[in-house]
Design a protein around this ligand. Structure first.
Ligand SMILES: *Cc1c(COP(=O)(O)O)cnc(C)c1O
Length: 403
């Protein structure tokens, strides 16, 4: 089917939640390159929005999925599941957590984390249910995670929101301190706000939050749905800070493209979930868990996380060199291969995204007019050079047309 026909079908039959999508249909990919229906190649710096950490067609991932698919795709959680148990072990052995639960998406992992935090205090006979989150955060599209998401534009059409959420300015420890009441059960934040525009939490804020939560006897939940799985140059972003969160949520990169989410928690917290507390039909099924085991073992055994840190530094330096030359680049932010470049509002990021696309580079624009770069962790320096040269060319043209 050709691209125009596919677009026509979408416009007729699919709910219009994504508006005018980019009029490209991808056929297949190899490493960090995607090929569209017409055979045009694109170097991918979006990776399905920080999902395809191993790029496209990685033999270890393809082999894990195909061999598992031949044996058993799904099996209910009425039974024990080999890949699920093994993946849980792998996540615990490589994090500060003790127990894992598998969901199917980031929003679902966060929903589970919210339930777990509330149940933990309910079991102690304490009426603590409120969760403090950050303004400009993103935690998902379900009702509870929308309520947690500190962005009114997402919430407004769907009021009333579930009760028990309060958002306060990011990187402002005093604001969190002042927001804590006897009803507060947890603080939930991203260590780098992704959808919000690649905004990093400061070291003092994160260390301060850990201390504040422990002083006040409330839980620290880190939404690592985007920052997790090697993205920032560590397996989990919290490992940059020498802290121990009570609960971590994961999704995006975890299955390398196969949908899977996870909650990791400390034993004392995890034990609040008892038989019947929580569940999922698909969560932790053999196919998704086998994919995820392949992703994690490949990342860990092939040194891809250290490589991400190194290649990310190289990339960030190059973006900073562009910033020195173009006054409309306001900021370069991020860690590892989760980088952002904020542009002055006079240069709409969407136009740069489209210009890059016609040159064969996929990038995207997140909050605060920020170009976001979250490529596969297998991206090469040559590919980064190619993108930076292309941005240079686009920015030069921008300067000329604005003279
Ligand atoms: C993408 C994202 C989510 C939502 O994940 P879904 O899989 O789309 O539900 C939640 N939190 C963060 C930080 C995210 O980046």
């Amino acid at each position: 089917m050709d691209t125009q026909k596919i677009i026509a079908l979408d416009k007729k039959y699919y709910m219009n939640t994504f508006g005018e999508r980019i009029p490209i249909v991808f056929e297949y990919g190899q490493q960090s390159t995607l090929y569209d229906k017409e055979g045009k190649a694109y170097t991918d710096f979006v990776a399905g929005i920080a999902v395809n950490v191993l790029g496209y067609g990685h033999p270890a991932l393809v082999e894990a999925i195909t061999s598992q698919a031949k044996k058993l795709i799904h099996c209910s959680n009425l039974f024990y599941i080999e890949a699920q148990a093994q993946l849980a072990k792998l996540l615990v052995e490589n994090s500060c957590g003790d127990r894992v639960f598998f969901a199917n998406s980031g929003a679902e992992a966060n929903e589970g984390a919210i339930k777990l935090a509330r149940k933990y205090f309910r079991d102690k006979g304490m009426n603590k249910y409120e969760i403090i989150t950050a303004v400009n955060s993103f935690h998902g599209r379900t009702l509870a995670t929308l309520a947690a998401t500190g962005q009114e534009k997402y919430q407004k059409p769907f009021v009333p929101m579930p009760a028990g959420f309060k958002s306060v300015p990011y990187n402002d420890l005093e604001a969190v301190r002042n927001a804590i009441t006897d009803s507060t059960c947890a603080v939930m934040i991203e260590l780098i706000q992704g959808e919000g525009g690649v905004i990093e939490a400061t070291h003092e804020y994160v260390k301060g939050l850990e201390q504040l939560c422990s002083e006040r006897g409330i839980l620290l939940i880190l939404d690592e749905v985007q920052t997790g799985i090697g993205r920032t140059g560590k397996l989990f972003a919290y490992q940059h800070f020498d802290i121990q969160p009570d609960i971590i949520t994961l999704a995006k990169g975890l299955g390398g493209g196969v949908p899977i989410g996870a909650i990791i928690a400390k034993e004392s917290v995890a034990s609040a979930f008892e038989p019947g507390s929580h569940g999922s039909t698909f969560g932790g099924n053999p196919l998704a868990c086998s994919a995820s085991i392949a992703v994690l073992t490949t990342l860990l055994q092939e040194g891809l996380i250290e490589r991400c840190a190194e290649v990310g530094n190289y990339f960030k330096q190059k973006l900073n060199a562009l910033k020195d030359r173009y006054h409309f680049i306001k900021d370069v932010r991020g860690k590892g291969l989760m980088l952002g470049m904020e542009l002055d509002p006079s240069v709409p990021g969407k136009e740069v995204v489209n210009a890059a696309l016609s040159e064969g580079y996929i990038i995207n624009c997140a909050g605060h007019n920020t170009l976001r770069f979250v490529p596969p962790l297998v991206i090469t320096k040559q590919e980064i050079d190619g993108l930076v040269d292309t941005l240079d060319k686009i920015f030069k043209r921008t300067l000329e047309t604005r003279k």
